[in-house]
Design a protein around this ligand. Structure first.
Ligand code: PLP
Length: 226
């Protein structure tokens, strides 16, 4: 486990240096979703302390009673009725993508006081109809609405490029949108494309299989005889 992490960190550092950036400006998020507990324990033992999860419930089971100082990042879609649970558990929500969720977050803050998790807006750079995320042309307006109507401040953007397309153009697009809005955090790049993402300015790369090995496949249902 620590060899895989060392290798990933070395590749991040090399890509950063090649792009004239500092390795320390890129944070490795270990995506622990669906991974067995012993692999996560081994990852924690390497000193890794930033983890990404894509489901609130699964993350609660795994991390609610965490003893170690861990930064937890929600990288999957958030239903507005799970806002309170997500705010209690996560340090960062990377998937703010619609007005309804913004309202739920602002109401939660107003009711409970105290800081919300840090927020990133998820951008659907490929404008894929089946995917969540704000389409590029609407990001500036959405950011204004977050600020002016909900007093929510956002620290950056996140994207998941379409699987079948060259990711570089999506990373470049995300970086441009962040730049013109004065945002400094860019969560982009997964196991298959993180070096490209670092070249285009990623501050956070989200690695699952490159660190942990393949996720165990969900248990198959027993076949019903035909
Ligand atoms: C699962 C997931 C990842 C990690 O994917 P790998 O290809 O295993 O690195 C990264 N980001 C998001 C949003 C994910 O859901």
């Amino acid at each position: 486990m620590s060899a895989a992490r060392d290798a990933a960190l070395a590749r991040i550092a090399a890509s950063a240096r090649a792009a004239g950036r500092k390795a320390a400006d890129v944070t490795l998020t270990a995506v622990s979703k669906q991974q067995p507990d012993q692999r996560i324990a081994a990852m924690l033992a390497t000193g890794q302390h930033v983890f990404g999860e894509n489901r609130v419930r699964e993350a609660q089971v795994r991390w609610a009673e965490r003893a170690l100082p861990v930064e937890l990042r929600l990288i999957g879609p958030l239903q507005s009725n799970k806002t309170a649970e997500a705010c209690a558990l996560f340090d960062v929500i990377e998937t703010l993508d619609r007005p309804k969720l913004a309202r739920a977050l602002a109401e939660h803050r107003d009711r409970h006081g105290g800081p919300l998790p840090r927020l990133l807006v998820q951008v659907n750079t490929g404008e894929e109809p089946q995917k969540v995320g704000v389409i590029p042309a609407e990001v500036d307006g959405f950011l204004r609405e977050l600020r002016d109507s909900h007093a929510l401040s956002v620290e950056g953007l996140m994207c998941i490029p379409p699987v079948e397309e060259e990711p570089a153009m999506h990373f470049a697009l995300l970086a441009r949108i962040a730049e013109r809005n004065g945002l400094s955090v860019l969560s982009m790049g997964m196991s298959g494309d993180f070096e490209t993402a670092v070249r285009f300015g990623a501050t956070h790369v989200r690695l699952g299989s490159a660190l942990f090995g393949e996720r165990p496949r969900p248990r198959e249902r027993p076949r019903t005889p035909s």
